[in-house]
Design a protein around this ligand. Structure first.
Ligand SMILES: [Zn+2]
Length: 203
């Protein structure tokens, strides 16, 4: 005769089946990898537009029924706006395209792990699937600092697939920051005349 399961056992069984579904979804995404890479390349193209403006290269696209309905890239300095992140712009455009604040049948592709503001907006927009290029250990909120996208206490959780074109996405960031450091170094050297630099070095 089977024994009545305790509440703990029921909760453990629920968690296990949720985990199994998540794993199944991840495996399915692996099979669709080439399609996801195609959209991530579009997000990388957006990121390049940010880099051309001297902005940290982050790009995002939102896909609905196989079609890109929202694009965005980081314009924080250009627009002098905290809100000018790639994901927020892409969400705004996608909402306009669908005429709805809910983006329920959409997938979001972003080159860098979203920050707390963008992860919050993704949850608010009920976006069900998020594909991330590279992670952001110091500020990411899809698993690095926090995991707002998969927080079970919220009323909505997104499924998250990480590491799509990871190398390309992370290389883009590295090259940008390397060039930025070089530019800063050059401008410091130009600002301080050589003579005074020599003098200071001899002091
Ligand atoms: Zn953000």
């Amino acid at each position: 005769m089977s024994r009545v399961r305790t509440e703990e056992e029921k909760a453990a069984a629920r968690a296990a089946s949720k985990e199994a579904l998540k794993r199944k979804w991840e495996l399915e995404q692996e099979e669709n990898r080439s399609a996801h890479e195609t959209y991530m390349r579009e997000a990388l193209r957006q990121a390049k537009r940010a880099a051309a403006l001297g902005e940290t290269p982050i790009g995002c696209v939102i896909v609905h029924e196989g079609k890109i309905i929202g694009r965005g890239y980081n314009r924080r300095n250009t627009d002098k706006s905290t809100l000018a992140h790639a994901e927020i712009t892409a969400i705004r455009k996608a909402c306009r395209a669908l005429g709805d604040w809910r983006l329920e049948d959409c997938a979001l592709y972003v080159t860098l792990e979203p920050c707390q503001m963008c992860a919050g907006a993704i949850v608010q927009a009920r976006i069900p699937e998020v594909f991330i290029g590279c992670m952001n250990a110091k500020a990411g909120c899809a698993g690095s600092v926090y995991n707002l996208l998969e927080e079970p206490a919220f009323n909505h959780q997104a499924k998250v697939c990480r590491g799509v074109l990871e190398e390309e996405c992370s290389r883009m960031m590295k090259v940008f920051f390397r060039d930025l450091r070089l530019r800063l170094k050059t401008s410091v050297e130009e600002a301080v005349p050589e003579k005074s630099r020599d003098k200071r070095m001899n002091e």
